[in-house]
Design a protein around this ligand. Structure first.
Ligand code: SF4
Length: 754
């Protein structure tokens, strides 16, 4: 149905030549990560060795995946590329817009009513442009990708940070912003700084209560939320090969929680088994032919210190189950220490809800191990003390576990099965009573546990654990319970213990599904109409941004001089604004509302130089735009750090801002500004930031000579008529200046496709 065996064969056909050439250029054995990177260069066969953590390199990913919240703006932009079809296999998954409240059926029906317009739009655009569309209820993007599209040695990007989950099948899968996805869908290269490499050697073997989740919980405790930044984590060792493919997926999934670019594992029998179980024997057969290229050269794992930037070793035979939290996924506590820590920190011991599933932990293996505990609870007359919910990751898993009687068993302990969607993992959980903001504890098998993430209540303390540990804790209702050592009292007043969980890596009777929820695109989509109502408040077709008129920009008013940190959240806030992610004009009403005005230290209060009044940033920008007056934003260091969302660049462009002049940029935001046809400039002399005054007007003196490596000169006219002339640096190359001239990178692609 869904995967593209011809594409995979093509990748494997060139792999040997490219990897062998890379080995020769690098002059040493290669890690798996390097093999995949060098076999996916935009230039094809490598012609040079790259420096890790330094060189920016163009890559050619094999696939793109988008989820419904981020796909809206990505597809709206793609529609402007002038392409009849996407250039690489792409899928869209409806999973984020489904709120969990009652049960799967009721919640799905309500979501379809509420977000029908968005789902219809995504479906019709997918149909038109050759994109595979997974309907609401089909499952969570990363689980569906693992079941259908991930393949050993492949490279994919996805507009979601947990795209990294596909590393479980030996891919390099990386989360990106929508603008990057649009580039690849349009047939352009995708740029990434050649990552550093962290090797994690897993010795020993998991057993008893310990699960793959505990490995990544332990790793998060070691590396912290920043420790993987700019690096790929490559797992190896006997503990890695002994683990299931879906267990590897869980570990890679939460690599996002340590900031890693992605994580991966070498090809092994567990991957072969998983591919065959998910109807992809042909992929397994092809992978087997190039198996040597789908894992590191043998010398690498023998002497990892020589080949990785950092090496960590974990003995799985000694690893204890962990619970991480609250409020951060790197606060790792072994289960035997939890009671002590909870009492010391005054964490409420009473567990209100245990939630299993999500894209992180909803494999057949996960659910079968959890159900073995639910079965024991029923047999041993233990009534769960906490509420208990299950969020299956896909219809394939849900259908199979229902067939195998697991849902019936969960029913016996009063569990609720939510829709196959993100639900409580992304705050789409209409939890009864959460508005009271009472302090309470929940445990879940998801990946993130930041404040408010699950139910919007800042006083909910969420602890992350394996599905089996979450199930045991929900049965006990006590955060201090250690199932390895502690007894519980059953309904007859007897002391009982839970036996170790047991389960199956894969369903003994195979996977089954009635309707997986996939919609294949039209063979010829040229006749498909994409309809967006002009009255819609959630979707708006994009108008191409105007090309540069070839003249120096004169009379640009200062919109805001941002003080201190100004992240993409300050520039384009999330939360309630998520609703408008597909409507540029409406979401622009959040532009820079979180930025601090350096002149009054207030947020969302800047001077309108045309009236002298203070107003919200978007209102002032709109007033300048209506008066045909260009505007400029000035900022501090690392402007635009944080998420790669392109809205933070599109909104100022839409509201008439022509240039962003800062002390320094976060690189992705700088690129996003360039792509949208803006001027992204840095002060040549940082101290010039202090010369900018509230009533300043900017004239560009030599924009007509805009060229790579040549500074730009700006005349800053102050209210009293005095002037400062300042120089600005930029990092535009010839091609990027073409984006500026054309009005945006997409305009340029569209012109080339005419
Ligand atoms: Fe993201 Fe959670 Fe959905 Fe996974 S289940 S894709 S982590 S929101």
């Amino acid at each position: 149905m869904a995967f593209d065996i011809e594409m995979i064969k093509k990748v494997y056909a060139t792999m040997a030549e490219r990897v062998d050439k890379a080995r020769e250029l690098v002059g040493r054995p290669l890690t798996l990560s390097e093999k995949i990177l060098y076999s996916h260069l935009w230039e094809g066969t490598p012609s040079q060795a790259f420096t890790r953590g330094k060189d920016y390199v163009d890559f050619a990913p094999d696939r793109v995946a988008c989820q419904d919240a981020t796909a809206q703006m990505a597809l709206l932009q793609f529609m402007h590329a002038g392409k009849p079809k996407v250039a690489v296999p792409t899928t869209v998954h409806c999973d984020h817009l489904i709120q969990a409240k009652v049960d799967a059926k009721t919640d799905l029906k309500r979501a379809k009513e509420q977000s029908n317009e968005v789902f219809d739009f995504l479906s019709s655009v997918s149909n038109k442009y050759g994109i595979g569309f997974w309907k609401p209820g089909a499952g969570i993007i990363h689980q569906v990708v693992l079941e259908n599209y991930a393949f050993p040695g492949g490279m994919m990007i996805g507009t979601d940070s947990h795209t990294v989950n596909a590393g479980g099948l030996g891919m390099l899968a990386i989360g990106v912003g929508g603008a990057d996805a649009v580039d690849v869908m349009s047939g352009m290269a995708w740029e990434l700084k050649f990552p550093k490499l962290i090797g994690i050697k897993l010795t020993g073997k998991l057993s008893g209560w310990t699960a793959p989740k505990d490995i990544i919980l332990k790793v998060a405790g070691i590396l912290t939320v920043k420790g993987g930044t700019g690096a790929i984590i490559e797992y190896f060792g006997e503990g890695a090969t002994a683990m299931s493919c879906t267990g590897k997926g869980t570990i890679c999934n939460m690599g996002a929680e340590v900031g890693a670019t992605t994580s991966t594992f070498g090809y092994d029998e567990s991957m072969d088994r998983y591919l065959r179980a998910t109807s992809r024997a042909d992929v397994a057969d092809e992978a087997a032919k190039v198996a040597d290229y789908l894992t590191a050269d043998s010398e690498v794992y023998e002497n990892p210190e020589q080949y990785f930037d950092q090496v960590i070793e974990i003995n799985l035979s000694e690893l204890e189950p962990h619970l991480n939290g609250p409020f951060t996924p790197d606060l790792a506590t072994p289960i035997s220490k939890m009671k002590e820590e909870a009492i010391k920190n005054d964490w409420p011991l009473n567990i209100q809800v245990g939630l299993i599933g999500s894209c992180t932990n909803s494999s057949y293996e996960d659910i079968s191990r959890s159900v073995s505990l639910a079965k024991q609870a029923a047999e041993k007359k233990l009534k769960p003390k906490s509420k208990f919910t299950i969020t299956p990751g896909s219809e394939l898993v849900r259908y199979t576990i229902e067939r195998d009687g697991f849902i019936d068993t969960f029913d016996k302990i009063g569990a609720t099965v939510f829709a196959n969607a993100c639900g409580p993992c992304i705050g789409m959980w209409d939890r009864e009573g959460s508005e009271k903001e009472e302090r309470n504890t929940i445990v879940h098998s998801f990946n993130r546990n930041f404040s408010k993430r699950a139910d919007g209540n800042p006083n909910t303390l969420a602890f992350v654990g394996s599905p089996e540990m979450v199930t045991a804790l929900a049965i006990a209702g006590d955060l201090g319970f250690n199932p390895i050592t502690d007894k519980l009292i059953n309904e007859d007043g007897e002391e009982v213990m839970l036996d170790e969980p047991t389960g199956w890596e894969l369903p003994p009777d195979g996977f089954a599904v009635d309707d997986a929820g996939f919609q294949a695109p039209a063979e010829d989509g040229s006749g498909v109409q994409v309809v967006v109502s002009p009255e819609s408040e959630r979707l708006q077709l994009l108008e191409p941004f105007a090309p540069w008129d070839g003249k120096n920009i004169m009379g640009a008013k200062l919109l805001i001089k941002a003080f201190g940190k100004c992240t993409t959240d300050h520039i384009s806030m999330a939360g309630p604004w998520l609703r408008f992610r597909g409507h540029l004009d409406n979401i622009s009403n959040n532009m820079l509302i979180g930025g601090v005005n350096a002149y009054n230290m207030k947020t969302n209060s800047v001077k309108n130089q045309l009236t002298g009044d203070y107003d919200a940033v978007p209102n002032v920008a709109r007033a300048y735009k209506a008066a045909n007056v260009p505007s400029i934003v000035v900022g501090d260091h690392n402007y635009g750090e944080g998420s790669s969302r392109e809205h933070a660049a599109m909104e100022p462009r839409h509201l008439g801002v022509r240039a962003v002049l800062v002390k320094s940029f976060a690189r992705i935001h700088e690129t996003n500004l360039k792509k949208q046809g803006m001027l992204a400039l840095t002060f040549a002399n940082e101290a010039d930031y202090d010369k900018i005054q509230e009533n300043d007007t900017f004239n560009f003196i030599d924009l007509t000579e805009f060229a790579p490596g040549k500074q730009l000169t700006l005349e800053v006219v102050h209210a009293d008529g005095t002037k400062d002339v300042i120089t600005a640096n930029h990092s535009y190359n010839e091609g990027q200046i073409g984006w500026f001239n054309a009005g945006s990178a997409l305009n340029l692609i569209a012109a080339a496709n005419k």
